[in-house]
Each structure stands twice: as C-alpha cells, then as structure tokens.
Design a protein around this ligand. Structure first.
Ligand code: LMR
Length: 425
C-alpha cells in the first residue's frame, strides 16, 4: 500500500503561497548576475568608496586588531541583554551622555540583531504589553521592512503622508493632520534622521510641532535610527529629534543600528532602548520609575531569550572598542565625515550634471535631501528602462543609494537619467 507523500503533513503544498522575492535583496542578486562592465548599483543602502567597493572603516580595522591581539578574547555567550560596555555607550551615543533619561536611570538598553532586530523586539514588546491603540503609524513611504515586521506580530499597520511629490520635500501638513487624527495612544514610528527612502527630514521647528501633537494625543513615539552620523556627519545633530523628545519627558522606544555608521552591515550590531517617563507628581514616584524599568527589562529579556537566546558578539565588540576609547571615537567621527562628505559631493555633482545636460525637470531636491538616499522622482517605467537599457539598478520607487555613485560612474548615470527622462514618462 502506498502512502501519499503529504499524508502526514499539515502543510500540503497548495496552501502555502509563493511569497514575492524581497525587492532589495532581489535587486542585489540581479545586479551581481549582470555581466555588463557598465553596471551601476544604486540599490541597497550600503556605503561604497569612490571605486564602488565596500569600505571597512580604518577605525574598525584598528578595533579588530585590538580584539584579535587581546589574549582574553573568547567566544563565550553574551548575557541575554548583550554586551554591557556596548549598550551603555550606545545609549550615551543616542541620548547624549548628559541625558536626563540616563541621569534618572529611566532608560533600558538591550543589544539586538542590528536595527531590524531592534524594531522587531520593540514590536514584539508592544504586541504583548501595549494597552493603548494597537495601531502603528509609519510614514508613506517608509523602509520596506517596517510593514512586515509590525504586521508579523499582529499590530495594525497604518500610514501617515510624508512625501510631497510636487516639491519632492516633506508633506508636513499631511503628516501633522494624520498624526493628529490617529486615535489617542497610537504608536507613531518616526525616522530619527536621514529618512529612508526619501532623504527628507523634518526641520528642528517641525520636530517641535510634532512633539506637541504627539503629546496632546498621548501617542507613543517609536524612533528608528539607522543613520546616525550619516545625515549631517554630526552624531549629536542627527540624534537631535530623539534628544528633544526625551527632554520633553516622553516615554518612548528607540531602535538603533550600527550597520551603516560603522560599516558593520553583516555583523548585526544594534540596540533597542526603552525610556520611561520621568518621575511626576501623582504619577510615577522614583520607586515607581525604578520598578517600571525593572519590569520592562525583565520582559524584554524573556522575549529576547525566546527569539535569539543572546545576541551576536563580534560587531558589538568592535563598536564597543571604539565607543569606549576617546582617541578611536574621534577617529570614527572622522571616518563618518569621510562617508557623509563623499555622499554630499556626489549629490552636488549629480545635480550639476543633470542641470548642465538640461535634463527636463528640476533637480534641486538631489542636494536638498540628505543621508544615504535620494528619492529622485523617476517613475517606475523610467527605473525599469534604466535597468534594461543602461544596467542601472535602483528600487522601483525611484530611490537611489547615493553611495553607489562615484567619480567613475556619475557621468554615465547622469546621461542615462537624461536619456530616460526624455524618452519615457
Ligand atoms: C536599505 O533600505 O537599503 C537598507 O536599510 C537595507 C535593508 O535592510 O533594507
């Protein structure tokens, strides 16, 4: 008697649908498979040097040598919450060493699998314990992974307008109106700086207005900070919005990535921070704050243990070595300026070339936008044509990773853009 192959399976092949390929990693694979010598990779947000090569930061190389030469280096498990020398400095980096949240011991930091893991752990925590409106609002557009991370844990995902197609800048009125209209105690996801994919950030004054609206609606801010140091080249300035919200006494979450600013993409170094609201009369006493912190910390540890047991050590060790040494830290800041400076140079050059070619349209947004990405305004059909006719790889929403441009390919790219803008809608 023959047994059908699937008789013991609760997953007969016909009920598991085919998932679409991840757009960014699919693009990366397509680029690698392309044999054209002219190919240009403007897809994934990873820094490249002027030769189009990944850049191991010189300060990271130094830290690696220190770790390698240390006779005490081993490969034991980290504690569940991660490497304390790393998380302590990560918190200082994002909140400022003189932050009221750190002085009052109102912050908890837990090491995660880079920024994605931090967003995920924060999402899990909210899904399990958040008693406010279980909807998370994020910008439209946003990083492609936000929707699936929050959706996977059962939170209701909503969007607020962000990008004004006309000005290719911030749709601040639309953003404010949607956040104002969201049910009270919603979770609002905010990109701390260098918004992905648009490269458009609120101004300082706009952040203040947003804080007022979030406060009046009792919303919980959840900051995603993947590009600290990449937007302005200045670490404190790029953390300005988060620091302002903390000063204003918000309870909040922060997902922090070290992938881009340390070039530690594959090492998955990051942290999730929770900040409790300050001690307030009639609300939280000092004991109450300490108690909240202790309870949240214990629950984050349970979630972490069940998800990944304990975080990976190598990237955190590298970052910790730099963050704890003033001379290495200063060198890191210099390395950051090298990366952000090269990107700013490419923005200027691209705008100048398109304007010199007389490419139809306006191109000031290329230099107005900041950080790793530019949202070019190219249509999906134009993006497709750039790929088929010119071997240029970028996401179909028209985003380019500025770091993929260099002095060797920028003329080629500008001419390719000029050609498709003239030929295709
Ligand atoms: C990107 O948006 O290109 C990066 O954040 C990489 C990623 O994981 O999506």
């Amino acid at each position: 008697m023959s047994t059908p192959a699937n008789s013991f399976s609760c997953f007969p092949a016909d009920i598991v649908p085919q998932a679409p390929e991840d757009p960014l990693f699919g693009l990366m694979a397509a680029y690698r498979a392309d044999e054209s010598p002219d190919k240009v990779d403007l897809g994934i947000g990873a820094y490249r040097d002027n030769n189009g090569k990944p850049w191991v930061l010189p300060v990271v190389k130094k830290a690696e040598t220190i770790i390698h030469d240390d006779p005490n280096t081993n490969h034991e498990y980290l504690p569940i919450a991660g490497l304390t020398t790393f998380t302590t400095k990560a918190a200082e980096l994002i909140f400022g060493a003189d932050s009221p949240a750190l002085a009052d011991k109102r912050a908890i930091s837990i090491q995660t699998i880079s920024g994605t893991g931090a967003v995920h752990l924060g999402a899990l925590f909210l899904a399990k314990f958040y008693t406010g409106n279980r909807s998370i609002y994020f910008s439209n557009p946003t990083w492609a992974n936000h929707g699936q991370i929050f959706g996977n844990v059962g939170l209701h995902t909503m969007t607020y307008p962000y990008f004004d197609k006309q000005s290719r800048g911030l749709d601040f009125e639309g953003m404010k109106a949607a956040i104002q209209a969201a049910p009270t105690h919603s979770v609002i996801l905010l990109h701390a700086c260098a918004h992905n994919p648009t490269g458009v950030d609120p101004t300082e004054a706009q952040w203040k207005e947003l804080a007022t609206i979030l406060r009046s609606r009792g919303h919980l801010p959840f900051f995603d900070c993947a590009y600290q140091g990449f937007a302005s080249g200045d670490l404190a300035r790029d953390a300005g919005a988060i620091r302002y919200f903390v000063e204003q006494g918000f309870e909040l979450l922060v997902a922090q990535s070290f992938a881009k600013n340390f070039g530690l993409y594959g090492e998955r170094a990051g942290a999730l921070h929770y900040v409790a609201p300050p001690q307030q009369e009639g609300r939280l006493t000092a004991e109450g704050v300490a108690d909240t912190i202790s309870r949240v910390k214990s629950q984050l540890a349970v979630l972490q243990r069940s998800e990944i047991s304990n975080p990976p050590i190598y990237g955190a060790r590298v970052a910790s070595t730099v963050l704890n040494d003033p001379a290495l830290f200063a060198e890191w800041e210099e390395n950051l300026r090298t990366m952000s400076g090269r990107i700013i140079g490419m923005r200027k050059a691209l705008r100048e070339k398109l304007e010199a070619l007389g490419t139809p349209g306006t191109w000031n947004h290329i230099t107005d936008q900041i950080g790793m990405f530019s949202f070019t305004g190219l249509s999906e059909a134009q993006v497709q044509k750039l790929r088929t006719d010119f071997h240029v790889y970028m996401t179909k929403n028209g985003r380019i990773s500025m770091a993929g441009l260099n002095t060797n390919n920028i003329d080629y790219f500008a001419k390719a853009v000029d050609s498709v803008v003239r030929s295709t809608q």
